[in-house]
Design a binder for this molecule. Structure first.
Ligand code: GLA
Length: 725
């Protein structure tokens, strides 16, 4: 069993294949964090906990001696009120106004597998789970800390359950999913920041004393920051060095922070953002936090990412789609925008015949009176001016041409100019009588209101149940402002953001169960909600509204820090590209898009015969390499953030097959020798490379490298490896 409790020393040992986490019940029941890092023997690490008394760090009641202060000791789930001035993991307010807490060990149990996280997306298939119950004796409040171990992939999933057993209601004002104190401060913090059409750029900065955080206050995980962060040693590279990674399975307001105290301890925390949050918990009720996914490796950033990839590919979401190759999609957005009718769509669909594309997705504009983005969101009935015979003829036309049909929705939104808003203005998030913001001329529906949830279940089911729809693109094109719900009483208003998320998850759960054969794709103005919470219900996300292959190098490279490539949708779009105006060769656009869930975002009517042939070759090649993209280990080789080029590769789990891609950004005059070093191969095996003559040892390719020919702007190369028996 990878979870061991030693009663004599009151120590818990949590072991995965390559990591250990150690903590123990100390004086009076405080939980002392002793270690998290590379796997070690079950040592007694009490000797490391010698702290020296510090002025102004108060001693807790009955402390062993004057050196023992909660301000100084590393702990698993810190509280406020007892002398620890660093950020707590939990805060509450009791009916008498008191906010004081003192959590101590109460009990624990070890379970096989892992219990469900009610109403929240979560990993499954853990080897075992430790549930550690802490209790505040004064009030009777309990918290159950849950640690689920995934031994083979070095993942620990953590969450907390706050159980009100106090006999009265209370207010939870902060409830993080995990907190860990690490005994060093010489870390760099890595986060993913960005903007619409420039998501998940890499940020790596040294920690300093004080707090550094990434967070969202927008009601969605957002383009701006992603619910992932890592603490890494200064010298950590893609292939070596310490990396502590954390990702939150949540799509709403979050925070991930690293706080370095005066004694060079780093407190690493993540969970629901306490900003503008509180939750009234009645006596007998529980509040369950989202799940945090934590990993450690001493093998650098690639291994850290692979641990996350393995967790999200094999343990997240509906088993039916997990690790299945996704359909090759053609989406009409950049082909037509809002300007289409039945005839035009027929033309596009007919033109796809024989290209090897699996699914045609009809994007925005098919409903209500939608000719532009100022109206009709909420009115999920077919626009009869554009499509006089409804969706069925479009679907039939797709099927006649060998494709299935997919449809775009933006369910969480309402336009002011819509029948839905005219009937139910109170269903939009805003405060009646107070001027409110719009974004893209629309408002956000108040999913904290159960009536809205029921309306959306019905509106979406009506479309899905009555048509042969195999694919849904689920968009979300603005963030929440004017956070006020007409369905909540005054003292529950700060619950709006989290209630919104819970009901959104309930809606997605309902639709996934009712329509198990529909593949859902997430989207939020591109990659504004690229998080593990959404991936639980919708196993891929439109990575960015920027479809330019060169911009996508950074976006996809950054995204891969936490999320597997198969979860990123990447399409070949027209050249010049609509967002950047850049002209990029077809094969470079293909190589970038094929390193993800692949498709097209262009008008096939504009293709030359030569380009049609190229597309046939691309779809055939993708079908060949898709198992590698889906099941293979992904390695980042050269960072587009550091260099004028980018390279990455996929290696099959048995290391017999691999595909590597190199992309040159700008061409360089007087080309120096340019080598790319592969990774993850079997060093002793010999490989054939489709694009090169000869046979090569794995170690030769990894350590001596491949020499690249001269390349001009935006040119690229790929290498398709197969082991020779
Ligand atoms: C968002 C999406 C696009 C497209 C448009 C439609 O911007 O990211 O892919 O669906 O909405 O309005």
């Amino acid at each position: 069993m990878p979870i061991t409790f030693v009663p004599e020393t009151q120590t818990f040992y949590l072991d995965t294949d390559n990591t250990s986490a150690i903590f123990r019940v100390y004086d009076q029941g405080y939980i002392l964090t002793e270690y998290w890092g590379k796997r070690i023997h079950h040592a007694d690490l009490t000797r490391l906990q010698k702290v020296y008394a510090s002025g102004f760090s108060p001693n807790y009641p009955g402390a062993v001696d004057r050196s023992w202060s909660l301000d100084l000791i590393p702990t698993e789930y810190p509280v406020y009120g007892g002398g620890d001035y660093r950020s707590p993991a939990v805060q509450v307010q009791f009916p008498d106004g008191s906010r004081l807490l003192d959590f101590k060990y109460h009990s624990h149990r070890v379970l096989e597998g892992k219990p469900e996280l009610p109403g929240l997306p979560h990993l499954d298939g853990a080897d075992c789970t430790l549930e550690l119950t802490l209790r505040d004796d004064y009030s009777g409040l309990e918290v159950v800390l849950s640690y689920s171990l995934f031994e083979k992939i070095d993942i620990i999933a953590r969450s907390a359950r706050i159980c009100n057993k106090t006999g009265a209601p209370l207010k939870v004002t902060r409830a993080l999913s995990a907190s860990i104190d690490l005994p060093r401060a010489d870390f760099d913090m890595i986060g993913l920041y960005g903007a619409h059409i420039r998501e998940r750029q890499l940020d790596r900065t040294p920690l300093r004393h004080g707090i550094q955080s990434v967070e969202s206050r927008r009601g969605a995980s957002s383009h701006q920051h992603n619910p992932f962060a890592a603490l890494v040693s200064r010298e950590t590279t893609e292939f070596s060095g310490d990396a502590y990674g954390a990702a939150l399975i949540y799509s709403g307001n979050f925070v991930i922070s690293a706080e370095v105290d005066s004694f060079d301890t780093t407190r690493f925390q993540l969970g629901i953002n306490p900003f503008d949050f509180s939750w009234k918990l009645e006596d007998g009720e529980e509040f369950v936090t989202p799940e945090a996914v934590m990993t450690y490796t001493d093998q650098g950033l690639n291994r850290m990412s692979q641990n996350f990839h393995n967790a999200f590919r094999h343990h997240l979401g509906h088993t039916r789609i997990r690790n299945k190759v996704r359909p090759i999609v053609i989406n009409n957005w950049e082909a037509t925008y809002f300007d289409f009718d039945e005839e035009k769509l027929f033309g596009i669909i007919d033109c796809c015949k024989g290209l090897g594309i699996d699914t045609f997705v009809l994007d925005d504009g098919w409903f209500g009176k939608r000719y532009n983005d100022v109206c009709s969101l909420g009115d999920w009935v077919v626009n009869k001016d554009k499509l006089p015979h409804g969706l069925d003829p479009i679907i039939e036309r797709c099927e006649q041409n060998g494709m299935s049909f997919g449809l775009w929705f933006e369910p969480e939104m309402v336009s002011e100019d819509s029948d839905l808003y005219r009937a139910h203005p109170e269903w939009a998030i805003h405060k009646e009588g107070r001027p409110f913001c719009t974004g893209r001329c629309q408002l956000v529906l108040d999913l904290a209101n159960p009536e809205v949830l029921e309306y959306l279940k019905k509106a979406l089911s009506d479309v899905l149940a009555n048509h042969r729809i195999s694919y849904v693109k689920w968009d979300m094109n603005r963030h929440i402002t004017d956070a006020y719900s007409s369905a909540l009483p005054a003292d529950r208003q700060p619950e709006i953001y989290h209630r919104y998320m819970l009901n959104l998850y309930a809606l997605l759960d309902y639709l996934n169960k009712r329509f198990p054969d529909v593949a859902f794709e997430g989207c939020s103005g591109g990659g504004g909600r690229f998080d593990a919470g959404m991936l639980y219900y919708m196993p891929q996300t439109w990575t960015s509204d920027d479809s330019d292959a060169i911009e996508r190098l950074k976006i996809q490279y950054g995204t891969s820090f936490a999320y597997p490539p198969q979860c990123m949708t990447a399409h070949i779009s027209a050249s010049p590209n609509h967002q950047m105006g850049r002209v990029t060769p077809y094969d470079t656009r293909a190589r970038v898009a094929m390193s993800a869930s692949f498709g097209y975002e262009l008008n096939p009517l504009h293709l030359t015969d030569e380009e049609r042939e190229e597309i046939k070759n691309q779809t055939a090649r993708y079908k060949k390499i898709a198992p590698l993209v889906t099941e293979g280990d992904f390695y980042r080789l050269i960072s587009p953030f550091d260099r004028n080029c980018c390279a990455w590769m996929f290696v099959s789990p048995d290391k017999r097959r691999a595909v590597a891609v190199y992309v040159q950004k700008l061409g360089v005059p007087a080309w120096p020798r340019n080598l790319v070093y592969l990774a993850g191969l079997n060093p002793d095996a010999r490989y054939r490379i489709e694009e090169m003559d000869g046979e090569f040892y794995g170690d030769e390719l990894m350590h001596a490298g491949i020499a690249l020919p001269w390349m001009g702007d935006f040119q690229s190369a790929s290498f398709t490896l197969e082991q020779i028996d």
